[in-house]
Design a protein around this ligand. Sequence first.
Ligand SMILES: *Cc1c(COP(=O)(O)O)cnc(C)c1O
Length: 637
Amino acid sequence: MKTQQVKSWQVADSASLYGIDGWGQKNFSISSAGEVTVTIPFDTGDVAIPIVDIIQAARDRDHELPLLLRIENLLDARVSEINETFQQAIEHAGYKAEYRGVFPVKVNQQCSVIEEISRFGTDFGHGLEAGSKAELLLCLANLNDNGLLICNGSKDQNFIDLGLWANRLGHQCFFVIESPSELPLIIARSQKLGIKPLIGLRIKISSKVGGLWTETSGDRSSFGLSTAQLIATVDQLRQAKMLDCLQLLHCHLGSQIPDIEEIKVAVREAARFYADLATENVPLKYLDLGGGLAVDYIGNQSLHSHSPNYNLADYCRCLVETIKETLAPHNIDHPTIVTESGRATVAHTSILLFEILNVVRYEANDLPEDCPEHCHPLVTRQYQLYQQAEVISPSEGYVEALTNRDKIRELFRSGVINLRERAMAENLFLAIAQTIAKKLDQLEKIPLPLDSLKQSLADIYYGNFSVFQSLPDTWAIGQMFPVMPVHRLNECPDRNATISDLTCDCDGKLDRFVLAGGESKTLPLHSLKAEEDYILGAFLMGAYQETMGDLHNLFGYTNVISIRINKEGGFDVTKEQSGDTISEVLSILEYNPTLFYKGFRDKVELAVKKKKINVKERQQILNHFSAQLNGQTYFNV
Ligand SMILES: *Cc1c(COP(=O)(O)O)cnc(C)c1O
């Protein structure tokens, strides 16, 4: 029965199990060889590259796993898709102004990402958004000539001076005022430097949105001006004869907004602000609706915090049509629509790839052929249950075995049962539980006591990566990313597992997974094969993960490569960056690697003096220490 099942397993079964056609959006699929491929459409036809080929190319360049892979084509595709879909919605609605996107740098500040968005975005006038002084510097060095530069966040005098100079250089740099105290400084610096600022006002939208970031919206949001502050700020600008500088109205409701209806309500409110200010002769030109465009991490538009009930086309249409309708009763020009989509721009471009180092199975081994003599009666009873496990009632049998196990543990604690007897009893319990778990698939409804049985028996697959460094949001806010093997998908996955990372932290794990059937606490995986890597990919992780990650247990940045797939059917490695060495990580923690090495050398020299080691051994130890100091923080497999 089982072998037959394995034989008939098709690549299509893997595709529907992991839901790759949903969240993969045609960018990711599975080849007939059972390998995940990245597919890029060209006018000459699609080019599909297996991820394992890219891993090999990285390894040939000495970049081992764990590896962060960036696919430039996917970044370009998202930038053009966002711009073109807005353009279509504008044409379709007969909207009388244009769309201008900006990329919020905080979502992925990495050099290769920013350089590529700026380069590729030139034709669309796609700009950048900065939320701090460091981000502003980065924008000034990278921004193309056509893009807007939107400055949110708190601004000190030096920040403001930089932004003003940017205007002098020909950029359109907007200061978005988040709190009333910012305006006097902007006015003062502008007068001092003799440069006119471009000003935007951030409004607070009173309607709240759902999802994981709901606190960004509503009256208590820490960002934006209340209506009273807004009016006061407009009046201040009028008094200072700088009303002509006020050209942009801004709002941002939070990230990953799951429900399009809530977006619509908020956009209508923002457009009402716009209409009334414009009617008061404020010379507004731009309506900036911030971020929030969600990524479908599950791929079935299920109105879940991970799966919005809309796609990009719905979003663009919603914004364009809602603004148009809301402004219709007022005789004012349509504003240029700005959005600051970060997540939706970069999520797809990055994949974390890591190998499984070993597996712990919750399975019985070395079970006795007969019930051992002279056992405690409870152990004997456990043995009987084990023998009858195939035929007993699943829930009653399981509850009895569980009770026996706990009593046996108690007897061990009080010294009645010895360690070997306990070990055998625990093995028997596992065997009973495994047999019952196998029968669950045949039941129509899983009885309550067996609710989490499968999960409690799942294997633990240990991956060569750190959740805290590479997928911090899975730990911090319960974010899920699609995770699946990148090969062997023509084989039936025969195990159920959760994934643990390399850190010595019980939170360093993945135990919520995206499957086509919905959310799952375990992930179907394949048994490891001797002498063969087993490699998993975490997909759609290009947004927010890289700089939010930390050095927990001193695991640093992984190796990174960027590739560009070409229409000839191959790909080019466009950028590569080695991961942090141990020495680099230690430097961040105030250690001086040179002194550090010297300290260790003195210790080893002393050992020579005390005749614990000889000079040759000393040199071996020092060479090894030094090589590890300059090596990377992850496992060398
Ligand atoms: C974080 C942020 C964004 C990006 O939001 P996404 O949902 O990732 O698109 C945009 N604008 C502002 C002001 C932000 O703080």
